[in-house]
Design a protein around this ligand. Structure first.
Ligand code: GDP
Length: 328
């Protein structure tokens, strides 16, 4: 593949080139991997020189809360303002089902026809580590292609939220109107990651309940420890209606206010720097674990484990031998 040509076309904002490059980063083939790394290296300089910086927004919420309805309405609002919007998805369940949350073509139909929008379904794969790398690289590619806003959607289960929060500038949690007792259903750790809670479905019969739920969450947020990366009043809870497209402009105003504040105070760049470090360390760890799964290393592990079990070697001595002789 002509990496230089692909680079030029991505920088020119060509969607087909972008789609092709994302396919490249999603590939598990070793030669594709080498090309993907070469491409991202080639893009780094020009992206910095051109000052391209997208606002990366993570969005999480349980199935049925209205994520795709929200992203479509919100995305259309942004493209109507002349912004270019990319939507990526991280779906941990796709590893099992082979499907994906954005795989269904009928989702976000209007947005997918929008010339200023780019929607990429979640790839199916087996390991969260692999998903993380591919998603991060896809985000970088969208940024290089000149997208202003990148929305990364994930379902509210397990580790995927932490992972998405570690690759975003802002993290949103979409919630449904609930009875008072149900608030506890949202794990504290997830609340602590969120910058803005959006209580969706604040329309029709659910409106009053949504307003009450929002007040309850706002109260819960006030009890959290203040984070240095937040101005006064954040994290914050707001009501929206994705269906009636109500409150979306207010939500966007809050997001941009928060992002602007973080840019001015250095927290925006600081967070990206911390994330880069985090992912570097994570990839080294993943790489080491992958080496452990190699045939030779696996055999050595098994043989040493037997000797430890038999009492011929101490666990420490065996571990040392493994690290020094088989993984160095
Ligand atoms: P997702 O699984 O989180 O992507 O949720 P969907 O966007 O598919 O929405 C799930 C259901 O909630 C659908 O029937 C939507 O029509 C409905 N829904 C989404 N947003 C709203 C909203 O703002 N108000 C109301 N009343 N229903 C909504």
């Amino acid at each position: 593949m002509d990496i230089d040509d692909l680079k030029t076309r991505i920088l020119a904002g060509e969607r087909r080139a972008l789609a092709r490059a994302i396919t490249l980063v999603e590939s598990g083939r070793a030669d594709h991997r080498a090309e993907a790394v070469a491409l991202s290296d080639a893009l780094k300089g020009p992206v910095q020189e051109m000052g391209r910086e997208a606002l990366r927004i993570g969005l999480s919420g349980t199935p049925g809360v209205g994520k795709s309805t929200f992203i479509e309405a919100f995305g259309m609002m942004l493209t109507a303002q002349g912004l270019k919007v990319a939507v990526l998805a991280v779906d941990p369940s796709s590893a099992r089902s082979g499907g994906s949350i954005l795989g269904d073509k009928t989702r976000m139909e209007r947005l997918s026809r929008d010339r200023n929008a780019f929607i990429r379904p979640s790839p199916s794969q087996s390991q969260l580590g692999g998903v993380a790398r591919r998603t991060r690289e896809a985000i970088d590619l969208c940024e290089a292609a000149g997208f202003d806003v990148i929305l990364i959607e994930t379902v509210g289960v397990g580790q995927s939220e932490t992972m998405v929060a570690e690759m975003c500038d802002l993290f949103l949690l979409l919630l449904a109107p609930a009875g008072g007792d149900e608030l506890q259903g949202v794990k504290r750790g997830i609340m602590e990651m969120a910058d803005i809670l959006l209580i969706n479905k604040a329309d029709g019969e659910l409106k009053r309940q949504a307003i009450r739920t929002c007040a309850d969450y706002a109260g819960a947020l006030r009890l959290l420890r203040k984070r240095p990366q937040d101005p006064e009043g954040f994290p914050k809870a707001l009501t929206v209606s994705a269906v009636e497209e109500d409150g979306l402009d207010k939500a966007w105003a809050e997001m941009t206010a928060l992002a602007d504040w973080r840019r001015e105070t250095g927290h925006f760049a600081g967070r990206r720097a911390e994330q880069a470090r985090y992912w570097f360390e994570a990839e080294v760890r993943d790489g080491l674990l992958a080496r452990l799964r190699d045939g030779d290393a696996r055999a050595a592990m098994a043989s040493l484990a037997e000797q430890v079990e038999a009492g011929a070697l101490s666990p420490s001595a065996a571990a040392r031998q493994m690290l020094e002789e088989h993984l160095a």
